[in-house]
Write a protein that binds this ligand. Sequence first.
Ligand code: ADP
Ligand code: LRH
Length: 478
Amino acid sequence: MTPSTYAAVDLGASSGRVMAARVGPGTLELTEVRRFPNRPVRVNGTLHWDVLGLYGNVLDGLRAAPPGLASVGIDSWAVDYGLLDGDGNLIGNPVHYRDSRTDGVMERVRAELGDDFLYRTSGLQFLPFNTIYQLAADDPERASTLLLIPDLLAYWLTGGIGAERTNASTTGLLDVRTGAWSGDLLDRVGLPARVLPPLRDPGEVIGTLRPDVAEETGRPTDLPVTAVGSHDTASAVAAVPATGERFAYISCGTWSLVGVELDAPVLTEASRKANFTNEGGVDGTVRYLRNVMGLWLLQESLRTWGDADLPALLDEAARVPGLRSLIDPDDPEFLPPGDMPARITAHCRRRGLPEPRTRAETVRCVLDSLALAHRATLRQAARLSGREIDVVHLVGGGSRNELLCQLTADASGLPVVAGPVEATALGNVLVQARAQGAVSSLAEMRALVAATQPLRRYEPSGNTTPWDEAAALLDLPS
Ligand code: ADP
Ligand code: LRH
């Protein structure tokens, strides 16, 4: 079988890209066609995504991609959505999950429905921005249809309406056991079931290009748009270059998604209390993980500083003493956009820990603290799921951060295999290629990634004592 070329549209919270990949037996070559910033916009007090700007960039990317594409797939960050009216037009601009409209809403819904019921039904971790809480702060009655972001873009490209299952699993409205929308949950939370479209699985063809889109992008009208793991984390996990079962992953970008892959959800009380999630993966797998605040802390620090040079700052941060200033990165105070260096300083002061004095010390504080949170979450994932972990695969933009990779290995006492940087786009194209028969199983997809993509292995230093002490200082689970 000669290799075919597939396009991946991958929208992360910090940047979007259109990638092209040649995929065939023994071949997986990814090239970047177009990259664009994803900048939230505050309008009239509400934080929005610039969804039309993103869509314009997707069209430009498709126009610039190589000729003869076999298919297109779309993934993005989770939980956010657009509402359509009866004529299929977008009502308003999608709201950003970091907007304050959900302040206090999750607490109200949890008090009304009970954590036990919510977790037993959806298996989802309690995050204030889960779609269920956003909808409780919104007015979905005014809509005919709700589409998650990748499904909205696929609708604009093809006219096809549906909800891809891996991303639907992040809404809090899907039944974790049946994989269907939970009528019971929708009733009890008072949301209109009629707005939720039919579910579809990765690998299903959504449709072909609408004539106007074909004309605008210079593509044929029979070009299929294929459903992939449209939750970016699902695509990233599908492309983790693991060779066996005993691995954990950290999908590390704006967020660090830290966990293991399982066949069945873990819905125990201990899991609920540890706030672990059971999100849907490709091929019905369970992504058993917890969100760690991730490189968002660094992104917002750089934004606050304005002119900072990340590689230079990371070099400096590697030279300042470690494990001095520490924060709990998952403190809700770090969730909204804002002056992160000031929040970090105040957090250290409040805990009676040394405050960072320079930018390099602030960066070191963030990376040490993330490594500690990675370690705690890896250990909890293993304990709660019973899965033994021999190796940690760290994928995404964070795999370019050598200091973070080494600190994560040192803190966890486990080897870290870093890469691919663009795991999400790779998972996206591989699911499309599989739908066309170019690869077979998830294991074969992963073997192809391992055989073709540059990876780097970080060995742990062997001395976890300073990390044990730091974890105790922060009161993290050990
Ligand atoms: P997302 O998909 O959430 O937008 P990415 O996977 O694209 O995130 O990762 C973005 C992050 O990757 C940035 O916040 C930055 O911290 C990190 N990164 C990007 N380039 C580099 C680099 N050259 N060195 C170290 N880290 C980098
Ligand atoms: C990462 C991600 C993560 C979600 C968050 C909203 O991009 O999709 O898996 O929890 O964004």
